[in-house]
Structures are given as structure tokens and as C-alpha cells.
Design a protein around this ligand. Structure first.
Ligand SMILES: [Zn+2]
Length: 170
């Protein structure tokens, strides 16, 4: 269960533009994979078959990046196809670290090439130290707190890399 704050933090860290509209669009793109919940909540399709499947796949992200490269309007030139791919891929990578139940809710990172759900539940043991279930109220609050801390650390790390890269003298 990754919440939008972690995805937004990474999006804002990797987007170089100072334009607020571009940064807002980047943040939206970073949470776009979770729009698969529309299929589940809107149309009543089963969660385990439609969440974190095609919408979280690197193959899908490559197709979206290609379409973006072909169809991008000129005023969005700062948002390259490579950046769109990175924003989408960052979403799935964060989800991998926050997957409590790999069998039913893991990420199908290589769909349709590999029909396997993946998870690298780095944060799950931390959740379980403090809350019995991630779906309880205290569990959800703890998820939010831990993911906010993770997001802050990721954002700081990316800012550090960015400033080191920008300060290089060629
Ligand atoms: Zn997701």
C-alpha cells in the first residue's frame, strides 16, 4: 500500500522544470498507474486481477513513453518521453517496496512478458512492528507516516544527486 505522497515526492525530485504546471503534470503522471482502481471501484472488477497488472508494467510504460514522444504537444517539451517513462517506472518501484501481500497484490512489472507478481517488501516489517494490520486505522496512519519519511528521504537523496551532477565542472 503505497500512498500518493511517496510517488509525488519522487516526481517532484526528478522533474527539473521550474514551471509549476509541468511539475503538477509530472506528479499526476507518477500516480497514473493507480488509476487502475477505476476498473475496480468503478466497474466492480476483481482487485487481484486488475490492480498492479498491466497498469504497473514496464512494457506499458514504454508504450506510453513512445506515444508521448509521438503525440506530445509543443508546450510540453520539458516533459520528455524519457521523463514520462521514469515517472511511471518510479511508481512501480515504490509499490514493490510497499507490497505486504506479494501473491495477491504484488506488481506485474514485466506484464505481458512475465505473468508473475513481484514484491520487495522493504517497509512491511516496519509496519508490522507497530501495527497488527496495514488495513486497520493505526496501520493506515503508520503507512502514511513511514511513506512520508521514505518520500522525504528519497526526495533529499535525489536533490543531493541532482546538485552534485549540476555542480560538476566540465
Ligand atoms: Zn500503484
Amino acid at each position: 500500500m503505497a500512498l500518493p505522497i511517496a510517488h509525488w515526492a519522487v516526481a517532484l525530485a526528478v522533474t527539473r522544470s521550474r514551471d509549476r504546471k509541468i511539475r503538477a503534470l509530472a506528479a499526476l503522471i507518477a500516480v497514473l498507474p493507480d488509476f487502475d482502481f477505476i476498473l475496480v471501484w468503478g466497474w466492480g472488477l476483481p482487485l487481484q486481477h486488475f490492480h498492479r497488472t498491466f497498469s504497473h508494467s514496464l512494457v506499458s510504460f514504454a508504450v506510453v513513453g513512445l506515444l508521448w514522444a509521438l503525440l506530445r504537444p509543443n508546450f510540453l517539451n520539458e516533459l520528455s518521453a524519457k521523463l514520462v517513462f521514469v515517472l511511471l517506472a518510479s511508481h512501480s518501484l515504490i509499490d514493490l517496496a510497499c507490497t505486504a501481500d506479494v501473491v495477491d497484490h504484488g506488481v506485474q512489472l514485466f506484464w505481458p512478458l512475465l505473468d508473475v507478481r513481484l514484491g520487495w517488501p522493504l517497509l512491511v516489517p516496519l509496519y508490522r512492528v507497530f501495527a497488527e494490520s496495514p488495513f486497520s486505522l493505526e496501520g493506515a496512519l503508520l503507512f502514511t507516516l513511514l511513506e512520508s519519511i521514505l518520500a522525504l528521504l528519497l526526495w533529499l537523496l535525489l536533490q543531493l544527486f541532482r546538485s552534485l551532477r549540476d555542480s560538476r565542472v566540465y
